[in-house]
Design a protein around this ligand. Structure first.
Ligand code: PGA
Length: 252
């Protein structure tokens, strides 16, 4: 069966010393709980190699927040999937709405990123989600379906099975406005149906679909109790070890 996963997305936060301290604090806290989910932290590129040294990878996965859509070469400022993998990281967040919105990422570039991540044994945490206008005009199911189909549906069933999805309604990210657990469940069930139509029931049942957008200790339990919500992608609340652990333990 699919895994429950709680993944942090630190975004562009923490200096290197602050990031190491936060990673150590999460790592320490995990020693004292019997986590009922996989736990991952997504950290800035600059932190990956150092954080990799201070965490127990059997208990805490490490991810980047992006990777390039090319393998290597003259792409000043970019960081490739092989580079990310060489730090010890085993996950990469791809297609976050902030990347789509501020850095022009499209399904075409994301398709390449996903391919390169998989080639380098990085597990993509692939983000999808509608903006407020699309929620309000009712097109949100079509939008999310297209995001999944365009970037992922050329993958073989074997490769698709390696992907973690994160449904993050853009109107709920960093706004304090969480989707209700019923809204999350409705969309997650729909996404699973879309996957089932393409790859069959077994693949669909085994795909972890995380919810993201103002998830915090106070609402995580209700969200994670929904049958199609398999965990969370956590922004703001992952920047404090105690609140992050409050979400991790929502599975207990
Ligand atoms: P948030 O961010 O938890 O701060 O809303 C979630 C995300 O963007 O991944």
């Amino acid at each position: 069966m699919r895994k429950n996963i709680v993944a942090g997305n630190w975004k562009m936060n923490t200096t290197l010393p602050e990031g190491i301290a936060l990673a150590k604090a999460v790592n320490e806290a995990l020693k004292n709980v019997d986590a009922k989910c996989d736990v991952v932290i997504g950290v800035p590129f600059t932190h990956l190699a150092s954080v990799n040294e201070v965490i127990d990878k059997n208990k805490l996965g490490l991810g980047a927040e992006n990777c390039a859509d090319h393998r290597s070469g003259a792409y000043t400022g970019e960081v490739s999937a092989p580079m990310v993998a060489s730090t010890g990281a085993n996950y990469v967040i791809l297609g976050h709405s902030e990347r789509r919105q501020y850095y022009g990422e499209t399904s075409e570039t994301l398709k390449e990123k996903v391919k390169l991540a998989l080639e380098n044994n990085l597990t993509p945490i692939f983000c999808i989600g509608e903006v407020l206008e699309q929620r309000e005009d009712g097109s949100y199911f079509d939008v999310v379906k297209a995001q999944v189909e365009e970037a992922l549906f050329e993958l073989s069933a074997e490769d698709f099975s390696k992907i973690i999805l994160a449904y993050e309604p853009v109107w709920a990210i960093g706004t304090g406005k969480t989707a209700t657990d019923d809204q999350a469940e409705e969309m997650h069930a729909f996404i699973r149906e879309v996957i089932e139509k393409k790859y069959g029931k077994e693949v669909a049942d085994n795909t972890s679909i995380l919810y993201g957008g103002s998830c915090k200790p106070s609402n995580a339990k209700a969200l994670f109790a929904k049958p199609n919500v398999d965990g969370g992608l956590i922004g703001g609340a992952s920047l404090d070890a105690e609140s992050f652990m409050g979400i991790v333990t929502a599975f207990e």
